[in-house]
Design a protein around this ligand. Structure first.
Ligand code: APR
Length: 230
């Protein structure tokens, strides 16, 4: 079975009502990264960090997968699909994709702040100050903050290298090392980048202009019918 790698960022969840980071109205326009998404910010004021993720977690729980997430799940009818996502929401899971790798963590999980292996799925929307892990340290979101190790990079690089098709959706490709994964795609692979506005297109990728919920279902329909999308 042909392997397809679907590489997603915040833009794939924008039409589900979740904020992106660097667009107008994005999260980094409202919050300072160092306050809410860095170990220093956590050390300085954990309550501010917990509130930031509690708000985003409630938004994720209230959101629904959009037509792009659902189309990506349909690809599994004919292809070996690996979704490599920078997103921490569970919309790919809820749309039915079965092989999803979260390189920046998952907002619906909590972990110990002294032992990263102590992780559990949250059974409520918030993590509060004073909620401790089994080793007695404050629970934190199971999210990779700036300056922390991004996850599963070697495994993801292998999936990209084995892909015959790669579609990158809704990411500004500005945050490394995740953004560097696109360079692992074989030169002979069919490669597309979906975004509503022009951005720097990685070498060998075709730019498909438009919103994910419009463009991705079109690409998936073409692929399932054995056609090229352009
Ligand atoms: N459909 C497709 N793409 C969209 C849509 C849409 N409806 N709306 C916005 N976009 C595009 C924007 O044009 C932009 O290129 O999605 C991209 C979002 O870029 P960012 O906000 O930078 O999000 P992302 O690339 O996922 O950020 C990467 O940065 O802050 C960290 O850890 C965080 O995982 C995140 C990482």
């Amino acid at each position: 079975m042909e392997k397809i790698v679907v590489f997603t960022g915040a833009g794939v969840s924008a039409e589900s009502g979740l904020k992106t980071f660097r667009d107008m109205g994005g999260l980094w326009g409202e919050y300072a990264i160092e306050d809410v998404a860095s170990p220093a910010g956590w050390k300085r004021n954990p309550a501010v960090v917990l509130d930031f993720y509690n708000e985003r977690r409630k938004a994720v729980l209230a959101a629904r997968p959009n037509a792009a997430h659902e189309a990506i799940a349909r690809l599994e009818e004919q292809f070996d699909v690996v979704v490599v996502t920078q997103n921490v929401d569970d919309l790919h899971e809820r749309a039915g994709s079965s092989k999803i790798i979260h390189v920046h963590g998952e907002i619906l999980k909590a972990r110990s702040s002294i032992d990263a292996s102590l992780v559990h799925v949250l059974d409520k929307p918030t993590i509060e100050l004073g909620e401790l892990c089994g080793k007695g340290s404050q629970l934190r979101p199971d999210i990779v903050w700036f300056g922390e190790n991004v996850r599963h990079m070697d495994e993801c690089a292998e999936h990209f290298a084995e892909a015959s098709r790669v579609i990158t959706i809704g990411t500004s490709l500005t945050v490394y090392p995740a953004a560097g994964l696109v360079e692992k795609a074989p030169w002979r692979a069919e490669k597309y980048l979906v975004s509503p506005e022009p951005q720097e297109i990685p070498y060998g990728f075709k730019f498909l202009r438009g919103a994910a919920a419009t463009v991705v279902p079109h690409v998936v329909k073409c692929w399932l019918e054995g056609r090229k999308p352009v």
